[in-house]
Design a binder for this molecule. Structure first.
Ligand code: T3D
Length: 262
Protein backbone atom coordinates (compact mmCIF):
# COMPACT_ATOMS: atom_id res chain seq x y z
CA UNK A 1 0.00 0.00 0.00
CA UNK A 2 1.12 3.55 -0.76
CA UNK A 3 1.26 5.13 2.71
CA UNK A 4 2.23 3.08 5.78
CA UNK A 5 0.13 5.20 8.18
CA UNK A 6 -3.12 7.06 7.51
CA UNK A 7 -3.64 10.14 9.69
CA UNK A 8 -7.18 11.54 9.64
CA UNK A 9 -8.10 14.65 11.56
CA UNK A 10 -11.75 14.68 12.64
CA UNK A 11 -13.78 17.04 14.80
CA UNK A 12 -11.64 17.32 17.92
CA UNK A 13 -9.66 14.09 17.53
CA UNK A 14 -7.41 12.11 15.19
CA UNK A 15 -7.60 8.59 13.83
CA UNK A 16 -4.25 6.99 13.04
CA UNK A 17 -4.38 3.76 11.06
CA UNK A 18 -1.41 1.44 10.58
CA UNK A 19 -1.62 0.67 6.89
CA UNK A 20 0.46 -2.26 5.70
CA UNK A 21 -2.41 -4.77 5.69
CA UNK A 22 -0.63 -7.30 3.45
CA UNK A 23 1.87 -7.75 6.32
CA UNK A 24 -0.72 -7.40 9.08
CA UNK A 25 0.67 -3.89 9.63
CA UNK A 26 4.05 -5.18 10.82
CA UNK A 27 6.53 -2.40 11.53
CA UNK A 28 9.20 -1.50 9.04
CA UNK A 29 11.21 1.70 9.23
CA UNK A 30 8.79 3.65 7.03
CA UNK A 31 5.83 2.75 9.23
CA UNK A 32 7.77 3.74 12.36
CA UNK A 33 8.68 7.12 10.89
CA UNK A 34 5.15 7.78 9.61
CA UNK A 35 3.60 6.86 12.97
CA UNK A 36 6.07 9.07 14.79
CA UNK A 37 5.26 11.99 12.46
CA UNK A 38 1.51 11.46 12.95
CA UNK A 39 1.86 11.41 16.76
CA UNK A 40 4.05 14.52 16.69
CA UNK A 41 1.45 16.30 14.53
CA UNK A 42 -1.22 15.42 17.11
CA UNK A 43 1.02 16.67 19.89
CA UNK A 44 1.49 20.01 18.15
CA UNK A 45 -2.24 20.34 17.45
CA UNK A 46 -3.80 22.11 20.43
CA UNK A 47 -7.32 21.19 19.38
CA UNK A 48 -6.66 17.47 19.07
CA UNK A 49 -8.28 16.08 22.21
CA UNK A 50 -7.88 12.34 21.62
CA UNK A 51 -6.27 9.82 19.30
CA UNK A 52 -7.66 6.54 18.03
CA UNK A 53 -4.93 4.11 16.94
CA UNK A 54 -6.06 1.17 14.81
CA UNK A 55 -5.00 -1.08 11.93
CA UNK A 56 -6.11 -1.48 8.32
CA UNK A 57 -7.31 -4.88 7.13
CA UNK A 58 -7.76 -7.99 9.25
CA UNK A 59 -4.92 -7.42 11.72
CA UNK A 60 -3.94 -4.70 14.15
CA UNK A 61 -0.16 -5.17 14.03
CA UNK A 62 2.14 -8.20 13.80
CA UNK A 63 5.12 -6.48 15.46
CA UNK A 64 8.46 -6.12 13.75
CA UNK A 65 8.47 -6.86 10.01
CA UNK A 66 10.62 -9.95 10.05
CA UNK A 67 11.42 -9.72 6.35
CA UNK A 68 13.75 -6.87 7.36
CA UNK A 69 15.51 -9.28 9.75
CA UNK A 70 16.14 -12.14 7.33
CA UNK A 71 19.46 -13.65 8.49
CA UNK A 72 20.17 -15.07 5.04
CA UNK A 73 20.13 -11.50 3.70
CA UNK A 74 21.62 -9.63 6.66
CA UNK A 75 24.58 -11.94 7.17
CA UNK A 76 25.59 -10.67 10.57
CA UNK A 77 23.21 -10.33 13.54
CA UNK A 78 21.44 -6.98 13.79
CA UNK A 79 21.79 -4.96 17.00
CA UNK A 80 18.25 -5.21 18.34
CA UNK A 81 19.16 -3.05 21.34
CA UNK A 82 19.78 -0.32 18.81
CA UNK A 83 16.46 -0.81 17.00
CA UNK A 84 14.59 -0.69 20.30
CA UNK A 85 16.42 2.46 21.29
CA UNK A 86 15.78 4.09 17.91
CA UNK A 87 12.20 3.05 17.20
CA UNK A 88 10.19 1.07 19.74
CA UNK A 89 11.26 2.71 22.98
CA UNK A 90 10.66 6.29 21.75
CA UNK A 91 7.25 5.19 20.42
CA UNK A 92 6.21 3.74 23.78
CA UNK A 93 7.50 6.80 25.60
CA UNK A 94 5.64 9.10 23.19
CA UNK A 95 2.34 7.26 23.69
CA UNK A 96 2.73 7.60 27.46
CA UNK A 97 3.81 11.23 27.33
CA UNK A 98 1.09 12.53 24.99
CA UNK A 99 -1.33 14.70 26.94
CA UNK A 100 -4.45 13.50 25.16
CA UNK A 101 -5.91 10.04 25.77
CA UNK A 102 -4.82 7.48 23.19
CA UNK A 103 -7.52 4.92 22.48
CA UNK A 104 -6.35 1.73 20.83
CA UNK A 105 -8.97 -0.02 18.68
CA UNK A 106 -7.44 -3.47 18.27
CA UNK A 107 -9.24 -4.63 15.13
CA UNK A 108 -7.50 -7.99 14.75
CA UNK A 109 -4.42 -9.92 15.79
CA UNK A 110 -1.86 -7.96 17.83
CA UNK A 111 1.41 -9.91 17.96
CA UNK A 112 4.89 -9.21 19.31
CA UNK A 113 5.59 -5.50 19.61
CA UNK A 114 2.17 -4.97 18.00
CA UNK A 115 0.50 -6.34 21.13
CA UNK A 116 2.66 -4.27 23.42
CA UNK A 117 2.17 -1.02 21.52
CA UNK A 118 -1.57 -1.57 21.93
CA UNK A 119 -1.01 -2.05 25.67
CA UNK A 120 0.97 1.20 25.84
CA UNK A 121 -2.18 3.11 24.89
CA UNK A 122 -4.46 4.59 27.55
CA UNK A 123 -7.74 2.86 26.79
CA UNK A 124 -7.67 -0.40 24.84
CA UNK A 125 -10.78 -1.70 23.09
CA UNK A 126 -10.46 -4.93 21.14
CA UNK A 127 -12.72 -6.65 18.64
CA UNK A 128 -13.88 -9.99 20.03
CA UNK A 129 -12.12 -11.76 17.15
CA UNK A 130 -8.77 -10.11 18.02
CA UNK A 131 -5.99 -11.95 19.82
CA UNK A 132 -2.97 -10.78 21.79
CA UNK A 133 0.12 -12.88 21.17
CA UNK A 134 3.48 -12.45 22.89
CA UNK A 135 5.03 -14.08 19.82
CA UNK A 136 8.62 -13.29 20.79
CA UNK A 137 9.57 -16.65 22.30
CA UNK A 138 8.74 -18.35 19.00
CA UNK A 139 11.64 -16.55 17.35
CA UNK A 140 14.01 -16.60 20.30
CA UNK A 141 13.36 -13.11 21.65
CA UNK A 142 11.95 -11.58 24.81
CA UNK A 143 8.85 -9.36 25.02
CA UNK A 144 9.71 -5.74 24.21
CA UNK A 145 7.90 -2.44 23.58
CA UNK A 146 7.06 -2.50 27.29
CA UNK A 147 5.67 -6.04 27.25
CA UNK A 148 7.51 -7.29 30.31
CA UNK A 149 6.21 -4.21 32.15
CA UNK A 150 2.54 -4.23 31.03
CA UNK A 151 2.14 -7.96 31.53
CA UNK A 152 3.68 -7.96 34.97
CA UNK A 153 1.89 -4.82 36.17
CA UNK A 154 -1.54 -5.77 34.85
CA UNK A 155 -1.51 -9.53 35.29
CA UNK A 156 1.15 -10.42 37.85
CA UNK A 157 4.14 -12.65 37.39
CA UNK A 158 2.32 -15.96 36.95
CA UNK A 159 0.26 -14.96 33.94
CA UNK A 160 3.00 -12.69 32.56
CA UNK A 161 5.51 -15.50 32.48
CA UNK A 162 3.14 -18.06 31.03
CA UNK A 163 2.00 -15.74 28.24
CA UNK A 164 5.56 -14.74 27.39
CA UNK A 165 7.06 -18.21 27.57
CA UNK A 166 4.30 -20.04 25.69
CA UNK A 167 3.25 -17.32 23.17
CA UNK A 168 -0.29 -18.49 23.96
CA UNK A 169 -2.80 -16.38 21.96
CA UNK A 170 -4.98 -14.53 24.47
CA UNK A 171 -8.50 -13.77 23.24
CA UNK A 172 -9.86 -10.24 23.52
CA UNK A 173 -12.47 -11.42 26.01
CA UNK A 174 -9.87 -13.08 28.23
CA UNK A 175 -7.63 -10.02 27.95
CA UNK A 176 -10.53 -7.89 29.21
CA UNK A 177 -11.47 -10.34 31.94
CA UNK A 178 -7.85 -10.53 33.08
CA UNK A 179 -7.58 -6.74 33.28
CA UNK A 180 -5.06 -6.39 30.46
CA UNK A 181 -7.36 -4.17 28.38
CA UNK A 182 -10.49 -2.07 28.98
CA UNK A 183 -12.97 -4.18 27.02
CA UNK A 184 -13.79 -6.56 24.21
CA UNK A 185 -16.53 -5.42 21.84
CA UNK A 186 -18.40 -7.01 18.95
CA UNK A 187 -16.33 -6.67 15.78
CA UNK A 188 -18.93 -4.57 13.99
CA UNK A 189 -19.12 -2.16 16.95
CA UNK A 190 -15.39 -1.52 17.42
CA UNK A 191 -14.96 1.57 15.22
CA UNK A 192 -18.14 3.19 16.51
CA UNK A 193 -17.25 2.61 20.14
CA UNK A 194 -13.70 3.87 19.73
CA UNK A 195 -14.72 7.01 17.87
CA UNK A 196 -17.60 7.71 20.29
CA UNK A 197 -15.09 7.58 23.13
CA UNK A 198 -12.70 9.89 21.25
CA UNK A 199 -15.53 12.36 20.60
CA UNK A 200 -16.47 12.41 24.25
CA UNK A 201 -12.82 12.93 25.31
CA UNK A 202 -12.52 15.74 22.75
CA UNK A 203 -15.44 17.55 24.41
CA UNK A 204 -14.16 16.88 27.91
CA UNK A 205 -11.82 18.63 30.35
CA UNK A 206 -8.67 17.84 28.39
CA UNK A 207 -6.29 19.37 30.94
CA UNK A 208 -7.75 17.15 33.66
CA UNK A 209 -7.34 14.13 31.38
CA UNK A 210 -3.66 14.94 30.87
CA UNK A 211 -3.12 15.25 34.62
CA UNK A 212 -5.09 12.06 35.28
CA UNK A 213 -2.93 10.14 32.82
CA UNK A 214 0.21 11.52 34.44
CA UNK A 215 -0.98 10.66 37.96
CA UNK A 216 -1.99 7.10 37.16
CA UNK A 217 1.27 6.42 35.34
CA UNK A 218 3.18 7.75 38.35
CA UNK A 219 1.25 5.39 40.63
CA UNK A 220 2.94 2.35 39.13
CA UNK A 221 6.24 3.55 40.58
CA UNK A 222 5.17 5.16 43.85
CA UNK A 223 4.16 4.07 47.32
CA UNK A 224 0.97 5.56 48.78
CA UNK A 225 2.72 8.47 50.48
CA UNK A 226 4.51 9.55 47.33
CA UNK A 227 1.35 9.13 45.31
CA UNK A 228 -0.67 11.27 47.72
CA UNK A 229 1.93 13.98 47.08
CA UNK A 230 1.50 13.57 43.32
CA UNK A 231 -2.27 13.92 43.74
CA UNK A 232 -1.86 17.02 45.86
CA UNK A 233 0.25 18.79 43.30
CA UNK A 234 -1.67 17.71 40.18
CA UNK A 235 -5.07 18.35 41.79
CA UNK A 236 -3.92 21.84 42.70
CA UNK A 237 -3.23 22.37 38.99
CA UNK A 238 -6.62 20.90 37.97
CA UNK A 239 -8.36 23.10 40.51
CA UNK A 240 -6.95 26.20 38.84
CA UNK A 241 -8.44 25.31 35.45
CA UNK A 242 -11.43 27.04 33.87
CA UNK A 243 -12.87 23.60 33.18
CA UNK A 244 -13.06 22.86 36.90
CA UNK A 245 -15.03 26.08 37.52
CA UNK A 246 -17.30 25.22 34.61
CA UNK A 247 -17.76 21.63 35.80
CA UNK A 248 -18.83 22.65 39.28
CA UNK A 249 -21.05 25.50 38.03
CA UNK A 250 -22.73 23.18 35.52
CA UNK A 251 -23.34 20.58 38.22
CA UNK A 252 -24.90 23.10 40.57
CA UNK A 253 -27.00 24.62 37.79
CA UNK A 254 -28.11 21.14 36.67
CA UNK A 255 -26.93 21.63 33.06
CA UNK A 256 -24.32 19.91 30.87
CA UNK A 257 -20.81 21.31 31.26
CA UNK A 258 -19.27 23.17 28.34
CA UNK A 259 -15.55 22.43 28.71
CA UNK A 260 -12.94 24.45 26.83
CA UNK A 261 -9.85 22.40 27.54
CA UNK A 262 -8.10 24.92 29.73
O1 T3D B 1 13.78 -6.58 15.40
C1 T3D B 1 13.74 -5.70 16.22
O2 T3D B 1 13.89 -4.49 15.90
C2 T3D B 1 13.46 -6.05 17.63
C3 T3D B 1 12.03 -5.82 17.91
C4 T3D B 1 11.18 -6.86 17.89
C5 T3D B 1 9.73 -6.63 18.07
C6 T3D B 1 8.87 -7.78 17.60
O3 T3D B 1 7.71 -7.53 17.38
S1 T3D B 1 9.50 -9.35 17.40
C7 T3D B 1 8.05 -10.29 16.98
C8 T3D B 1 7.74 -10.20 15.52
N1 T3D B 1 6.42 -10.72 15.20
C9 T3D B 1 6.14 -12.02 15.14
O4 T3D B 1 6.95 -12.87 15.41
C10 T3D B 1 4.75 -12.38 14.64
C11 T3D B 1 4.85 -13.04 13.28
N2 T3D B 1 3.55 -13.30 12.75
C12 T3D B 1 2.77 -14.34 13.14
O5 T3D B 1 3.11 -15.11 14.01
C13 T3D B 1 1.47 -14.52 12.43
O6 T3D B 1 1.52 -13.82 11.22
C14 T3D B 1 0.26 -14.01 13.25
C15 T3D B 1 0.03 -14.95 14.45
C16 T3D B 1 0.47 -12.56 13.73
C17 T3D B 1 -1.01 -14.03 12.36
O7 T3D B 1 -1.16 -15.31 11.80
P1 T3D B 1 -2.16 -15.52 10.60
O8 T3D B 1 -2.13 -16.99 10.28
O9 T3D B 1 -3.44 -14.88 10.90
O10 T3D B 1 -1.54 -14.69 9.36
P2 T3D B 1 -0.25 -15.05 8.47
O11 T3D B 1 -0.68 -15.83 7.28
O12 T3D B 1 0.82 -15.60 9.31
O13 T3D B 1 0.20 -13.57 8.02
C18 T3D B 1 -0.38 -12.90 6.89
C19 T3D B 1 0.74 -12.30 6.06
O14 T3D B 1 1.45 -11.35 6.87
C20 T3D B 1 1.78 -13.36 5.68
O15 T3D B 1 2.30 -12.96 4.43
P3 T3D B 1 1.98 -13.83 3.09
O16 T3D B 1 2.36 -15.24 3.38
O17 T3D B 1 0.50 -13.65 2.92
O18 T3D B 1 2.81 -13.17 2.05
C21 T3D B 1 2.83 -13.19 6.74
O19 T3D B 1 4.10 -13.61 6.33
C22 T3D B 1 2.82 -11.70 6.94
N3 T3D B 1 3.33 -11.35 8.28
C23 T3D B 1 2.72 -11.54 9.45
N4 T3D B 1 3.50 -11.11 10.45
C24 T3D B 1 4.62 -10.65 9.88
C25 T3D B 1 4.53 -10.82 8.49
N5 T3D B 1 5.51 -10.46 7.67
C26 T3D B 1 6.62 -9.92 8.23
N6 T3D B 1 6.79 -9.74 9.55
C27 T3D B 1 5.81 -10.08 10.42
N7 T3D B 1 5.97 -9.86 11.74
Amino acid sequence: SETPVIHERRDGYAVITLNRPERLNAFNEAQHLALRAALEACEADRDCGAIVLTGAGRGFCAGQDLSDRDPTILGESPDLGMTLETYYNPLVRKLRALEMPVICAVNGVAAGAGANIALACDVVLAAKSAKFIQAFSKIGLIPDAGGTYWLTKHLGEARAKALALTAHPLSAEDAAQWGLIWKAVDDDRLKEEATALAESFAKGPTRAYALTKQAIQAATMNDLDAQLEVERSLQREAGWSDDYKEGVAAFLQKRPADFKGR
